[in-house]
Design a protein around this ligand. Structure first.
Ligand code: UDP
Length: 325
């Protein structure tokens, strides 16, 4: 394993953009557990302070409220830059299309610039959305994708595709150590109840005994990875020497109708299923081929759907109580 160009100090320093988000905050927790100092950056447009407020008073964590598309100035050494900032739910990025494009392009540029200036290693949180509505199934990293650049998902998909291209350009031209993870659907505690994604949508509907809103005919598929599995895979990728994209996700694939039934069973809900129109360009199928991660990182998910759902449901129950829902 190669180490970053900076000589490793006793405690490595990591910068996490999007640190108050769902995945950024779980990553921050893992890094602190593994002995990193962490500087978290977030402008809180989709991130939430409550995801990191348990870190108040932690001497190894510093939070900066800033938009990462603006110049990032940090004192002192940095060993790793983890670029996680971005709206990530289709509802969020449809509401914030320009900010989504800016954080994926200008924000990635600033984060890469910071890594270059500090001699740090850089990891881009990319996405299975780079495959668009995939014509290859399951998706392997060498598939180039089927993306509609001008559709409602274009702002996210193209921003992340640009971000990947920029990371590779910094790798090739500046010999920066870069890593690209393509994240497939991930779920777990700290997702926002109202972020529009299917897991919080179904779980909160089921807990309220309201109908579960399956879009389209419910035959479209997704594969859901529990957050701790995902973060473990991403940590391994950063510490590896592999600069090409790596899929991280759980290959167990379900239709959305099957998933709705699974949520109803796991919550013991009396909800029924109703069908709503399918959003434009909603991918028909998605499942990662994780051979590369298995081979290079010795990684595969270990948390099954029923255990992961149980932990997620417990979180949503607590949160619903707190907001008096
Ligand atoms: N979906 C659904 N009902 C909802 C929200 C989402 O049936 O209330 C479907 C959506 O159409 C998609 C899948 O669930 O096929 C996953 O959607 P999500 O927004 O979680 O993320 P995506 O994988 O599309 O980026």
């Amino acid at each position: 394993m190669k180490s970053p160009r900076n000589k490793p100090r006793v405690k490595p320093t990591s910068v996490v953009t999007g640190a108050a988000g769902f995945l950024g905050s779980h990553l921050t927790d893992l890094l602190l557990q593994r002995g990193h100092r962490v500087v978290g950056i977030d402008n809180l447009i989709t991130g939430k302070v409550e995801n990191i407020d348990h870190l108040a008073g932690c001497g190894e964590f510093r939070f900066i409220q800033q938009d990462v598309t603006e110049f990032l100035f940090l004192d002192g050494p940095v060993d790793y830059v983890w670029h996680f900032a971005s709206p990530a739910s289709p509802v969020d990025y449809a509401e914030l299309p320009i900010q989504t494009l800016k954080v994926g392009s200008l924000g990635t540029h600033k984060a890469l610039g910071l890594a270059k200036h500090k001699g740090a290693r850089f990891l881009l949180a990319s996405t299975s959305e780079v495959y668009g509505d995939p014509l290859v199934h399951p998706q392997t990293e060498d598939y180039w994708g089927n993306v509609n650049p001008i559709g409602p998902r274009g702002c996210y998909d193209e921003a992340k595709r640009f971000a990947e291209a920029l990371a590779m350009a910094y790798h090739r031209e500046h010999e920066l150590e870069t890593r690209i993870v393509r994240i497939f659907n991930t779920y777990g505690p700290r997702m926002r109840l109202n972020d529009g994604r299917v897991v919080p949508a179904f779980v909160s509907q089921a807990l309220a005994n309201k109908p579960l809103t399956v879009f389209g005919d419910g035959s479209q598929t997704r594969s859901f990875c529990y957050c701790s599995d995902l973060i473990d895979g991403i940590y391994r990728l950063m510490m590896s020497s592999f600069s090409e994209p790596v899929n991280i996700g759980n290959p167990r694939e379900l239709t959305m109708t099957e998933f709705a039934r699974e949520v109803i069973r796991a919550t013991g809900s009396r909800s029924r299923i109703v069908f709503k129109p399918l959003p434009q360009d909603d991918p028909k199928q998605r499942r990662p081929n994780i051979s590369r991660a298995k081979k290079l990182l010795d990684w595969e998910p270990v948390v099954g759907l029923s255990r992961g759902l149980k932990m997620t449901i417990r979180f949503f129950q607590k949160r619903a109580k707190r907001v008096g829902a």
